[in-house]
Design a protein around this ligand. Structure first.
Ligand SMILES: C[S@@+](CC[C@H](N)C(=O)[O-])C[C@H]1O[C@@H](n2cnc3c(N)ncnc32)[C@H](O)[C@@H]1O
Length: 421
């Protein structure tokens, strides 16, 4: 149904926003990563779908919240992410594990624990070449974690893929429980290394006992949730949200439900690095920088020097009148940050043009996104998204304020919705 007018309604409502559904004992909380969005909200938006014939797309999969909610509700869903580790995580979280696969996982987990508690060999096990790894883990814990990983890997050819995936997830949980890193929203902080009494070799068995206690807790919690039913298996695909047509085909989806990278986030790879290095998704800093450069809003490592060289495509103008002024005001303080914001919106605009091609006529879009402030320059991200959708011919455009994001009074999270005519 064609629509001639584009309406932008700003609703101020106090959404009942909660992360209750993302608890660690459910599949949603299998690995706590900061980008995850609220299951409560996703299920509420899915509830508005007409029955039958629906196909949902989440082009920015992240930890797979949309895919898992659809899988549990029996709604067919496809999801893409540029990061192969996140695609693996979403696949694992949405897999319908059989009883046999879970039992094999639990038996292997307790065999591994028994193996580790026996007096070990003195030769040191493989560790990834994560930059300044000693900042992430104290040497004694690192050695136990490396032995734990070696024990998992030694079973890789003996176990079904699904059981091995659960072992790897349990390893990831154990890994972070003993890390000195405290993941914050945009930054990581590290606790200082222990000294004196606690570092003394007198206590050298403590790390092993502690790591094994975490391992046992993680494996039991994962096994309990792995029995929870999956009604439809989603397709989790490695792909670029700026080039969806080639991998997904045209006009297939009835609903897009996603939370794209936030402009103030500046690198998703930063806090994912420990998992990605251990599980073999990254081998060195060069690979980390290259992957972050592919991601929208990435600035990790060499991505920053690539950004310095970046020039906006001449044919791409962001359809928001104040955009050049906003960029100029940021550039007064920092040229590179201004380029970062410019590139972020160019990438998102390419994505919006692409999403129009893969969505069916009458299909609906929901973007969950936050606004951002660089120095004293407020970026009305939600209004720019609405303008980009409008310029691509979408109608029924609405901006709904969801919640305040932080203690800063002007930072909010929004849902932007629109329909393809
Ligand atoms: C805000 S997070 C999504 C969070 C997700 N809703 C959840 O609940 O976990 C944004 C995601 O976009 C991904 N991403 C960044 N650039 C991308 C691109 N060009 N194509 C596909 N995914 C991309 C990032 O890897 C990140 O996982």
């Amino acid at each position: 149904m064609p629509c001639s007018t584009q309406r932008v309604t700003v609703l101020r409502r106090n959404h009942h926003f909660s992360f209750q559904g993302n608890r660690p004992e459910t599949r949603y909380g299998w690995l706590k990563l900061t980008p995850a969005h609220s299951v409560t909200l996703i299920k509420e938006l899915l509830a508005g779908l007409p029955p039958g014939d629906s196909l949902v797309l989440d082009p920015f999969c992240g930890t797979g919240t949309t895919a898992l909610a659809c899988a549990e509700e029996g709604i067919p869903c496809e999801t893409t992410d540029i990061n192969p580790f996140l695609v693996w995580l979403a696949q694992t979280k949405t897999y319908p594990f059989s009883r046999a696969e879970i039992e094999l996982f639990m038996t292997a987990a307790s065999d591994i624990a028994a193996e580790l508690s026996r007096p070990g060999s003195t030769s040191s096990a493989w560790k990834p070449s994560l930059y300044q790894i000693e900042k992430w883990w104290d040497a004694s814990y690192l050695e136990v974690l490396a032995r734990l990983f070696e024990a998992i890997q030694s079973r890789s050819k003996l176990l079904p893929r699904a059981s091995l995936d659960l072992l790897h997830l349990a390893f990831c949980r154990t890994l972070m429980a003993h890390s000195r890193a405290g993941p914050g929203h945009q930054s990581l902080s590290f606790r200082p290394a222990p000294t004196g009494y606690y570092a003394a070799s007198l206590f050298e068995d403590t790390p092993c006992a502690e790591v094994l206690a975490t391992w046992q807790q993680a494996t039991q919690s994962l096994a309990a949730a792995a029995y929870s039913p999956i009604k439809v298996i989603p397709r989790c695909i490695l792909g670029d949200a700026r080039a969806l047509r080639s991998s997904l085909g045209q006009e297939r989806y009835t609903l897009v439900l996603t939370s794209p990278p936030y402009p103030n986030r500046i690198s998703y790879i930063r806090e994912l690095r420990p998992y990605m290095y251990w599980l073999g998704y990254l081998k060195n800093g060069r690979e980390a920088g290259e992957l972050d450069w592919l991601a929208i809003g990435g600035t990790w490592g060499s991505a920053t020097s690539q950004l310095n060289r970046w020039e906006p495509p001449p044919s791409l103008t962001i359809p928001f009148d104040d955009f050049p002024t906003l960029l100029a005001r940021i550039a007064d303080k920092s040229q590179i940050l201004s380029k970062y914001v410019h590139k972020y919106f160019c990438d998102m605009y390419l994505h919006v043009q692409e999403i129009k091609q893969v969505l069916r006529s009458s299909g609906k879009i929901y973007y969950i996104i936050g606004n951002a402030k660089f120095y004293d320059v407020m970026i009305p991200v939600e209004t720019i998204f609405a303008a980009m959708l409008g310029s691509q011919g979408f109608c029924e455009i609405e901006i709904t304020t969801l919640r305040k994001r932080s203690s800063k009074k002007e930072l909010f999270e929004y849902v932007i919705s629109a329909r393809k005519p």
